[in-house]
Design a protein around this ligand. Structure first.
Ligand SMILES: C[S@@+](CC[C@H](N)C(=O)[O-])C[C@H]1O[C@@H](n2cnc3c(N)ncnc32)[C@H](O)[C@@H]1O
Length: 260
């Protein structure tokens, strides 16, 4: 499959590394920093938005843990950033099990190094666009029991799935494998973002694995047919966090759904 990172390539922008740079991390190259700086020159608030997104992830994991979910799959996990999913989930139950999945071998190596010493926490190299492969390996690895509720996070990932890669079908495959009482939390780049930001970032990342397909809230919501949508629905992340937070030029939509 094309548009997947193959080991360390310092010449092509990489979404995990651009995001790492926005969050203040050190695991990025000049090609990633150049893309991020062009984003920041149009929308300086993108760095703040990256932290809003992390807070949304933390809150969603906490919501699922408090609802009794004890197993978590973080799809498109990214370069580890604290607090991580297992740190949040284990505040509610120290025995919570977590699998971090990413298609980037560098992210996988980072996750493995960080998690090697944690029982019940694992990293997996897997491509969200191949849901059956991920589901088969999760089930056979025995860390995830699909007869029990699970929480899946798809934070900052689905907009990297192009239309001809069938995002709705991908979500449906995960939905069908999830037990009743399971949760899924997601964010997605909105087509109501600043037009200059969309055209610059699209030009910078065209045909790379960091290419983004910005979509409308209605289109994103349609990917989650068959789930119950929690309030306030598919809305800018700020509304999930605190109505007082400022709007940002890059608009990230967030949502949480539950399987009845
Ligand atoms: C913007 S980062 C978000 C990281 C993390 N989820 C967070 O919100 O902090 C996007 C991550 O998704 C991963 N990713 C993108 N497309 C993917 C795919 N098809 N399969 C698995 N991982 C993917 C990238 O490698 C990157 O680590």
């Amino acid at each position: 499959m094309e548009r997947a990172p193959r080991g360390v390539d310092p010449t092509t922008p990489n979404s995990a590394r651009v995001y790492d740079y926005l969050l203040g991390g050190k695991d990025n190259y000049e090609v990633d920093r150049a893309v991020a700086r062009r984003m920041l020159s149009i929308a300086p608030d993108t760095r703040t938005l990256a932290w809003f997104s992390r807070q949304f992830l933390v809150n969603a994991v906490q919501l699922a843990a408090e609802a009794g979910v004890r197993q978590f799959i973080d799809l498109g996990a990214g370069i580890p950033t604290s607090p991580n999913v297992h740190e949040v989930a284990r505040k509610t139950d120290p025995s919570a099990r977590v699998v971090y999945v990413d298609f980037d071998p560098v992210v996988y190596a980072h996750c493995n190094a960080l998690l090697a010493a944690s029982d019940g926490v694992a990293a997996m190299l897997g491509d969200v666009r191949r849901p059956d492969d991920i589901l088969d390996r999760l089930a056979s690895g025995k860390l995830i029991d699909f007869d029990e509720p699970v929480a899946i996070t798809l934070v900052g990932v689905l907009h990297f799935v192009m239309d001809d890669e069938h995002p709705a079908e991908i979500v449906a495959r995960f939905r069908d494998a999830m037990a009743p009482g399971s949760y899924l939390a997601f964010t997605h780049g909105s087509d109501s973002s600043d037009p200059e930001f969309i055209s610059q970032s699209s030009a910078d990342t065209a045909k790379s694995s960091a290419q983004v397909r910005y979509r409308s809230a209605a289109r994103v919501a349609s990917f989650f047919d068959g789930f119950d949508m929690l309030d306030p629905g598919v809305v800018p992340l700020q509304r999930w966090l605190d109505d007082d937070l400022p709007a940002t030029r890059l608009v990230l939509l967030g949502g949480v759904v539950r399987k009845a």
